[in-house]
Design a protein around this ligand. Structure first.
Ligand code: NAP
Length: 325
């Protein structure tokens, strides 16, 4: 039986992760409203009620307000922290004055960023820290020093990355004593380059594919947990189809609906089940803050187990909008 890579490393996480990017209102300095607080509280309760124990943050989400809001939820329920696996990210800095938005993997900044994350969440440790986006100025030895200090101080248990290629991970890994545990990437029925890259080897059609070659296989071989951000494709196939979407996306949404009806399940479960059917044991990071939509994701793991090869390929080929080579 396939086991989640993070579980193999000893982290007792759920298969689905709740993404907390929408918590805390807008990406501005407006105060968090009572409604924002209530929505986040309901979302966390809905997630826990369907067995989700892992929560994904980043220091930048709603400019720190997402973590602060989550911190208040933790504070109000003693004991809740220990039931959860909490992940956050750092490394992206906002523009300041004339200085543009940028990435920063310097040891001073990583240390500062984690202290800010822990303060906002009101927790003493993070289960997982990810580097949010590759910093062209990354020096692996410097990152290793930062990670070493955080681990020794008991502030972070596991480290990982996001949006990185296999070459970038290998480059960083060679300086680190512990194996990187996670790579978080955009993957969904709408964003399927991660599959196209493999099926178009030696094909002209593959030149427009934008996914790092061999990354999927590399993560699988190195027991790196692949997490999918944007896994619901913003609801494109489950009730949020925009008017300008092309024909093949409309047809795919219809197919998702047909399968959901036949299997007496939700569209969300089919969309996520399709991702989870892949042998890489992908962990979808669902970004809905709507309690009902979170509940609608409950059946995803079962649908992944039930999904036939034929159903999986029908969804993939339909979402591609073109036949396989
Ligand atoms: N590592 C990275 O670089 C990175 C980048 C982006 C995000 N992330 C992480 O991944 C998580 C998920 O990303 P995401 O938000 O892009 O993914 P998503 O789960 O594909 O989409 C969630 C969004 O779609 C909306 N939505 C879903 N179904 C809908 C429906 N039927 N009708 C109307 N709206 C619907 C949700 O609104 P409602 O809230 O109203 O349901 C929400 O705004 C984030 O929370 C964050 O933790 C990571």
């Amino acid at each position: 039986m396939n086991i989640l890579p993070l579980k193999k490393r000893g982290l007792n996480t759920s298969r689905l992760v709740l993404g907390c990017m929408p918590f805390g209102g807008g990406w501005n300095s407006d105060p968090v409203t009572k409604e924002d607080e209530t929505q986040a509280q309901k979302a966390v309760e809905a997630a826990l009620s369907i067995g989700i124990s892992m929560f994904d943050h980043a220091d930048i989400y709603t400019r720190g307000k997402a973590e602060e809001t989550f911190g208040r939820i933790l504070k109000n329920k003693p004991g809740l922290r220990e039931e959860m696996v909490i992940q956050s990210k750092c490394g992206i800095r906002f523009a300041e004055g004339d200085v543009p938005g940028r990435y920063d993997f310097s040891k001073a900044y990583i240390g500062e960023a984690v202290d800010g994350i822990l303060r906002r969440l009101g927790t003493e440790y993070l289960d997982v820290l990810l580097l949010h986006r590759p910093d062209p100025l990354m020096e692996p030895e410097e990152v290793a020093e930062a990670f070493g200090r955080l681990k020794a101080a008991g502030k972070v248990r596991y480290f990982g990355v996001s949006n990185m290629s296999a070459a970038q991970i290998r480059f960083l890994q060679r300086a680190l004593p512990d194996q990187l545990a996670v790579n978080q990437l955009e993957m969904s029925l709408a964003r399927h380059d991660w599959l196209d890259q493999g099926v178009h080897v030696n094909q002209k059609a593959g030149t427009s594919v934008n996914f790092s070659e061999g990354l999927l296989e590399y993560c699988q071989m190195e027991n790196i947990q692949i997490q999918a951000w944007g896994p619901l494709a913003q609801g494109k196939f489950s009730g949020n189809l925009g008017e300008s979407e092309p024909e093949h996306i409309r047809k795919t949404a219809e197919l998702v609906g047909k399968l959901a009806d036949e299997k007496e399940t939700t569209r969300e479960a089919i969309v996520l089940g399709w991702l989870m059917r892949h042998p890489a044991m992908i962990q979808p990071v669902i970004g809905t803050a709507n309690a009902e939509r979170i509940a609608a994701c409950k059946d995803a793991e079962r649908q992944a187990e039930l999904m036939t090869r034929e159903e999986w390929y029908s969804l993939y080929v339909s979402a591609r909008g073109s036949f396989l080579p």
